[in-house]
Structure formats: C-alpha cells, structure tokens
Design a protein around this ligand. Sequence first.
Ligand code: TNX
Length: 530
Amino acid sequence: MRRRHILTRLLATTALALPITLTTAPATAAPAPARHLDDVIPAPVETHPDDRATFTLGPLTVIRTAPGSTAAWRVGRQLADTLRPATGYPLPVLPVRATPLPEIALLLGGADPRIGQEGYQLDVTRHRVTIRANTAAGLFAGTQTLRQLLPAQIEASERQRTRWTVPGGRIVDYPRFAYRGAMLDLARHFHTVDEITAYVDLLSQYKINYLHLHLTDDQGWRIQIDSWPRLTTVGGGPGTGVDGVGPGYLTKADYTAVVRYAAARNITIVPEIDMPGHTNAAQSTYAELNCDGVAPPPRTDIAVGYSSLCIHDDLTYRFVEDVIREVAEITPGPYLHIGGDEAHATTDEDYRTFMHRVLPLVTKYGKRPFGWNEITKVDPPTDAVAQFWGTGTTNADVAEAAARGNKIVMSPANKAYLDMKYDPTTRLGLSWAAYIEVRDAYDWNPAQRVTGVGESAVLGVEAPLWSETLRTLDDIEYMAFPRLPAIAELGWSPATSHDWESFRTRLGAQAPRWRLQDVDFHASPQVPWQ
Ligand code: TNX
C-alpha cells in the first residue's frame, strides 16, 4: 500500500513537468533501475551526467531528423522500428520543427569537432534527446548508445509497462580505431542469410563496423561465381560442411542482400576468398585446378594446410582473376581478403610467386588487398592490410610490414578468436590457441600486443569466429557473447578508459537485454550478471 502511495506521488510530481507524456503512463509502472550515462558498451569517450535532467519517452514523443537528409531520416526510421515494439508508441519520424512535443532529434553537423566521421554527440535534457553527428554512421552509433541508455525492457518484442527514462547529460563519443571487425566462417558450416543478418543486428549494437565473411575453404565454397558455376553447386552442395553437414551457399542476390542489410547498420562486408591454401573445395570440384589434373576427394574433416592451387599454371590465375572480378563487382566496400594463411602445401618461393601475381589483381578490380599475416612474408604493397592471428607478441615480418607502412588488424588467436573454448568444459569450440575467458578477451591492448606494431600501425581489431564446431545461430551467439562486446570495446573506446571492473559491471547489465533478444550467451562466472 505504502509503496503504491509513494509511486503515485512520484508520478504526479513528474506529470507536472511533463503533462502530455505521462497522462497515459501506466500506474503500475515498476521503478526502472537507475541507469547512468556511463552504462554503455563500448565505453564512451566522455560523459557529463546531469542528474537533474531525465528524459522520458512517451506516447507523444516524435523523432525528428535533419531536414533534407534521406540518410538521417533512414536512421530515424530504424530507431523508431527499434523502439516501437516494447513501448507501443507511434514515434512518428518527422522533419525538424519547433514544437513543444518531447522529441528525439537526429541532426547533422554542429557537434564537438572531435567526433569525426563515425562519432556523435548525445545531449539528454528533460524534453529532448539530441544526437548530432557529421554522417549517418555517426547518427546510427548515437542511436545504439541511446538504446542502451533506455531500460533493458526496450529490447522486448512485445509492449512493456515501464517508464522509458533516459539519464540526462552529454556524451561525446568517437572510435579509437577505424576498423572494428567480426568474422564469420561460412565455409566449415554454412550460415544462412537470416543467421548472418541476425548476427549483424547484434554486432551493430556494439558499434562493430566491418563483417568479414570467410566464404571459401577446404570443405565448402559458399559464394556464387558465374564463370565457375560448379564451385557452388558441387563445392557448396550436399555434404560439404564439416562432418558432412550441408549444403549451402550464398547466391549473388543473397550476398547483395547481406551487404545492404549490413550497410544500413554501418557495417561493411569484407569478403574472403582463401588462397593459395584452404582450396580443397575448389580443387575437388574442378580437376584442372590441380597440377596433376586429378581432383582430390571432398573433405569434411577439420585438418588444415594440405591443399594448394597449382602455382605455375596460367589457368590458376584465370580462375583467381575470374573469382576476384566477380566478387569485387558485388562488393561495394573497399577491401577484398585473399586469405593466404596456413599455406603449408605451398613452398615459400611459390607462395611469393602466387601473391605477387594475385595482389595486383585485387587492385586491378578496385579493391584494397587484405590477407592473414602470412602475406607480410612477401613484402606486399603498402596499401595491403595484414591480419595478425598469432598467439605470440613478436613477429618480425609483421613488424617490418608495419614499419614500411602496411596497416595491421589485430586478431591474436589467444585473445580475439571467438571459436576458442572459454574453459575446458565449454561444449563448443576449439582450444588450440588458448582457453579464452571474458577477462582474457578484454585485458589486452591492440597497440601494445606485437612488438613494433604501435597505435599508428593498427587499423583496428577483429574477432574471428571459425565454425568447425558451430552449426546454429545459438552456437554463434554462445561463442560471441559475451566476448564480442569485449573486442568491440577494445576497438572503439580510448585506451585510457580500459578498466576490467568497470567493464564487467557494464557487461553484467547487458544480460537482461540479451535475454529479451533471445541471445544465447555464456554466463561467465567472472561477470556479475543482472
Ligand atoms: C586457424 S587462423 C585457421 C583456420 C581455422 C582456425 C580454427 C587462420 C588464419 N586459420 O583455418 O579454422 O584456426 O581456430
């Protein structure tokens, strides 16, 4: 009784200030746990809380977007789509106009100059949430922060009864690194468009901006190539996943749908065609891709390092050029990944020969070459990006490449590999690099990991998820959560904000959101889950 009385008084007081928004607020509303501007992953660069100003999202709230910008309007519409199911409010998306209605405004320009191309400034006052950015990408990032500042119930798919408050103050936020990536392996087990886009939804909440798709490997070929059609019908056909699980591949239309869906969430697709090793799916499909002209049997085991394209045959380069051309054509992003890892069946000299013919092909079709760190052995052109996946802290080739000016993406396998088990009891995953608990995934500095590869050489971080043991979206989620948010924070937040205690507390507060989104996560004992 008494509690009810206090609540009624509380509502009455607030209603004075916000007469319109609260008239239909349910009297049974549960007090939302206090949230603070700092309760966000990745940690924002700067927060200036104002305890006297709380915004309340209500039935009359409108979303207003920068006049004349379709891009800003699209972000506004997406925000409305995100907020409508749980609130049940109409949240119309309208052009900017001065009215007394409570509003969420998405504006271009006029923000703190430090925010750059992907950052944003978020101001929360009693009647208005204003997100300012220089680009739609920045506005989108701001809306993802706003989402985390609302009560966790905002993630529910059905109408919830709560007060939709946002803590007052200002956030100024922008990324530490330009490249904040995740990788999904479609070759070992295929993942459908629906599964990939569901993963994109999760990634974009943590300001990940690149999704690298590992499209080909020894087991399966997962991207349609018109000039070599059997790559997918046979190489991506029945029985081509690990343990014979299959079939599956992306048609060009599927791939384009993924590219578009991701782009709308500020995520750029990086396609990978792995070569000259990891090519058994192609070589077992087309006999002419083998030096002896004999197609090897398909492979569904998880061994690595046994296949190699035929380095001294011109047909190999016709094949590679066809594939690169067709993949480049359907890829709007700047990068094309050519793998290059674990080519143990290719001699060092042949590897160099191969890469020196193939790297220029990527450039020829307008893309910037990306490869696993082995490509640094062949002195690639300085616009090539190398992805470090070692477990150590020294690598002379990578350090030399960095010194020459190549950018490095950090994916140390014993820190950033999401397919590594959390501990020996983890049902899924592998353990060749390490067991990686949440703290292991979080407690490292991308710019201090490899000797000679400092802040200015690091393009960013990426969390690869190899799928030898992963079949379903639940499997993907279980390995990615909660370690993906740790890698996302390393990519976005300033090194000075790095703090395990703060991170694990903020991570614990994400759990109610994941439960509502039906995200299967590892309830690590290291984290105080709410
Ligand atoms: C190594 S890391 C690989 C992949 C495997 C992975 C499993 C790298 C560049 N290559 O082929 O799937 O380990 O963790």
